[in-house]
Design a protein around this ligand. Structure first.
Ligand code: GLN
Length: 489
């Protein structure tokens, strides 16, 4: 079996039927990860017990035990997820030596399904960024072109998956952090409906927007992984009680008669030619498969970026207040701790522990929440958010799935946008409204740029209608120009 190409579905099937052992599979991916990491910096640490964990799966298979639907599949995990016994640093100096004493719910479920953890994956600090350049652990390189960013914040996950340094990965998406890097690196990335997946044990960035999802090589692998991680969790009150569908079994590439919505406001030009071409080709492909293309309108999406950055920064300023150096995490050094003033203690610790972008967000968020400005900024943002949500609901009465660009351009160059936060934030123009509205969204690789970079197409579904979104992705995957192409690293 060619492990450099094999899907999760194929790997676990081969492991369970003993065509290959979990140990052999794990050894292959660990070796590749260790060899390529000096080039890409996708991993922040490796799991020293990976081989042993794989052996345990093999032993259980030999005994005829039920080992789960992902048995023997090596998974890399973004630094945002608490992973028992491994460092969980969220890309920050603040949590540099933090070894999690417990597993996030999604990790617990993945382990129960039989995955082997290869290691932890680099990301923007506290998931704040669109290029992986805010990470305390250095930037990640895009395996398709080492001069380009892999996207962010799940840049390590996207690069590792694209370079096949693991068979599957998990990312988090608050404003596009699964979909944008997936698009930049030519992989499939899904942000499920808000409430589908438990946030328990995931480092909190903006709790009303955060959602975890798979970043993998195929649509079917994404569907299968989602089945494992989704579902109610009593430790996260925002998780839905709804039954988790069998997305992978019900996948269908038949889009005949399906109504595909194009958001009028997104189609007004200004896109990079390669992105425009990719979207146009996706539209004509779906049309030729019998789908109907309809125009929908989400006028308030124009304000998605400012609303997102107000809401996300406000929630982040509150969530990140816990990093004060008292109970855990980084603590600044003091000559005589007993005589230090508390404000100085916090100030020095937080001043040294957080990076520049995180500080910018904390300051912005604190300002938005301060009395006197709360109504003008935070409250107003909440009102516009509600309008965006309602406009999407209206749009979904006219169509089944929405198709749009993921972002304005293919992967950009490292260093190109770091000096200008506004340009960086504007990169999130097509992804943030999905989070604000709580809708499921995904990126599926479809086009290739003139420079040989993959370009994704974004699909958005109605609340809890991941199935039809996945089906459209499945149809596009079959006609994708990225199919059969791999980065040359
Ligand atoms: N780029 C966005 C931000 O910086 C989105 C990040 C995310 O989804 N975690 O906030």
């Amino acid at each position: 079996m060619d492990l450099s190409q094999a899907s999760i579905v194929e790997i676990t099937e081969a492991v369970k039927t003993k065509k290959v052992s979990a140990k052999e599979v794990t050894t292959h991916f660990m070796k590749r990860a260790e060899t390529l990491n000096p080039k890409l910096n996708a991993y922040t640490s490796f799991n020293p017990n990976a081989a042993k964990d794989a052996e345990a799966i093999d032993a259980r298979i030999s005994k005829g035990e039920d080992v789960g639907v992902l048995a023997g599949v090596p998974f890399g995990i973004k630094e945002m997820f608490c992973t028992k016994g491994l460092v969980t640093n969220a890309g920050s100096k603040m949590l540099q030596n933090f070894v999690s004493p417990y597993d996030a719910t999604v990790i617990e479920r993945l382990k129960k399904a039989g995955i082997v953890i290869t290691g932890k994956l680099n990301q923007d600090e506290f998931a704040m960024g669109s290029s992986n350049e805010t990470s305390f652990y250095g930037n990640v390189k895009n395996p398709w072109n080492l001069e380009c960013v892999p996207g962010g914040s799940s840049g390590g996950s996207a690069a590792a998956q694209a370079a096949r340094m693991c068979a599957g990965t998990l990312g988090t998406d608050t404003g596009g952090s699964i979909r944008q890097p997936a698009s930049f690196c030519g992989i499939v990335g899904v942000k499920p409906t808000y409430g589908r997946v438990s946030r328990y044990g995931i480092v909190a960035y903006a709790s009303s927007l955060d959602q975890a999802g798979p970043m993998v090589s195929t649509v079917k692998d994404a569907a299968l992984t989602m089945e494992v991680i989704s579902g109610h969790d009593e430790r996260d009150a925002t998780t839905s009680q709804r039954k988790v569908p069998q997305w992978s079994k019900d996948l269908s590439a038949n889009v005949k008669g399906l109504k595909i919505g194009l958001i009028k406001e997104y189609m007004q030009g200004g896109l990079h030619a390669d992105v425009q071409k990719t979207v146009d080709q996706a539209v004509s492909t779906l049309k030729s498969m019998g789908a109907e293309i309809v125009e929908v309108s989400v006028p308030m999406s124009e304000f998605a970026v400012p609303v997102y950055y107000l809401v996300a920064a406000s929630e982040a300023s509150s969530n990140l207040a816990r990093y004060d150096g008292v109970k855990y995490g980084y603590r600044a050094e003091f000559k005589n701790l007993s005589s230090v003033d508390l404000a100085d203690f916090y100030g020095k610790t937080r001043g040294e522990g957080f990076g520049k972008e995180v500080k910018r967000r904390i300051m912005l968020g604190t300002y938005c929440l301060s009395s006197g400005y709360y109504d003008a900024y935070y409250n107003k943002a909440g009102q516009v958010r509600r309008m965006i949500m309602n406009q999407y609901k209206e749009a979904f009465t006219k169509c089944d799935v929405i198709l749009s660009p993921v972002t304005t351009s293919p992967a950009f160059k490292i260093g190109e946008r770091v000096a200008d936060p506004l340009t960086m934030y504007l990169n999130d123009i097509f992804t943030t409204s999905t989070n604000l509205a709580g809708l499921p969204g995904m990126s599926v690789p479809f086009g290739m740029s003139e420079d040989g970079l993959p370009v994704g197409v974004q699909l958005t579904g109605a609340h809890f209608d991941e199935q039809r979104m996945l089906n459209v992705a499945y149809a596009l995957e079959g006609a994708s120009m990225v199919k059969g192409k791999t980065p040359n690293v």
